[in-house]
Design a protein. Structure first.
Length: 266
């Protein structure tokens, strides 16, 4: 998702740096500490990612010239992506390391003491979570098989594609109750809401034996899952949350509870 270079509701246009700096410097209660850049997200190409960082460094140099002092901190933003869809390949961290090493080995002198920050949130937590919902109905409609689940976009808006996807693609989806079954069929996986937007999978490959009561798992769900979803949509209840640590599973939020979790998440 491109977040920079276009008209946007976020941040400050780089061509307005002089105006922004003068405004901060003219306000006694404010102090210019640094630069926070966020030009894109879900980047899986090492060259594109480091090219973004290179631009951030160039902007930091310009900021130092305008402000008359180097920035204390430069936040390079996010962008470390994870593969959600079949055609995507994981980010090559070795290539990122090599390109970043070359980039930061030749920092401009004005940034010699600047602290650089990276936000790897999705990369760290995305693969560590999954969303489980139970099959309530297996329906055939005009040649198409639908799996109707007891949860959907109100719990996992990102998987439905309604968190900004222009082209709707499926997250990896498996039948957690029948992992060993080998005969597959193509199904549309939907939730219980009365809207066609409540679709988690459009061409999901699930076992042909999939039946009512099976648990369907949406993988890569540790980031932009429940916290980014319209829970309470049409008064449906909040799902339970379970923290798995090794072989130990702890329920940290009861089903249907809109209150704070039962125990703090680590």
């Amino acid at each position: 998702m491109q977040m920079g270079g276009l008209p946007a509701a976020f941040g400050i246009d780089e061509e307005r740096f002089p105006e922004a700096v003068s405004t901060v410097q003219a306000t006694p209660r404010l102090r210019l500490r640094g630069l926070h850049m966020f030009a894109g997200t879900q980047i899986l190409d090492a060259e594109v990612l480091v090219r973004q960082w290179r631009h951030a460094i160039a902007l930091a140099v310009r900021l130092a010239e305008i402000a008359g002092a180097p920035p204390d901190t430069v936040d390079l933003g996010g962008g470390l992506g994870i593969p959600y869809f079949a055609h995507e390949k994981p980010l090559d961290l070795t290539r990122v390391r090599d390109l970043a090493g070359e980039l930061f080995a030749s920092l401009p002198p004005s940034l010699a003491r600047t602290r650089f920050i990276l936000e790897p949130g999705r990369y760290l937590v995305g693969p560590s979570g999954l969303y489980l919902a139970r099959v309530r109905s297996v329906k055939r409609s005009r040649g198409t098989t639908f799996l109707v689940l007891d949860g959907g976009m109100h719990h996992h808006l990102a998987a439905s594609g309604n968190l900004g996807q222009v082209i709707k693609r499926d997250y990896p989806i498996v039948n957690a109750s029948r992992l060993d079954d080998e005969a597959f069929l193509t199904a549309v996986v939907v939730g219980p809401l009365c809207t066609p937007l409540d679709t988690l999978g459009r061409k999901a490959q699930v076992p042909a034996t999939t039946a009512v009561g099976d648990l369907i798992a949406v993988l890569q769900s540790g980031a932009y899952g429940l916290s980014a979803s319209p829970v309470g949509f049409l008064s449906h209840p909040m799902p339970a949350e379970v923290l798995v640590d090794g072989t130990r599973a702890t329920r940290v939020r009861e089903r249907g509870s809109f209150a704070q979790p039962l125990v703090p998440m680590p």
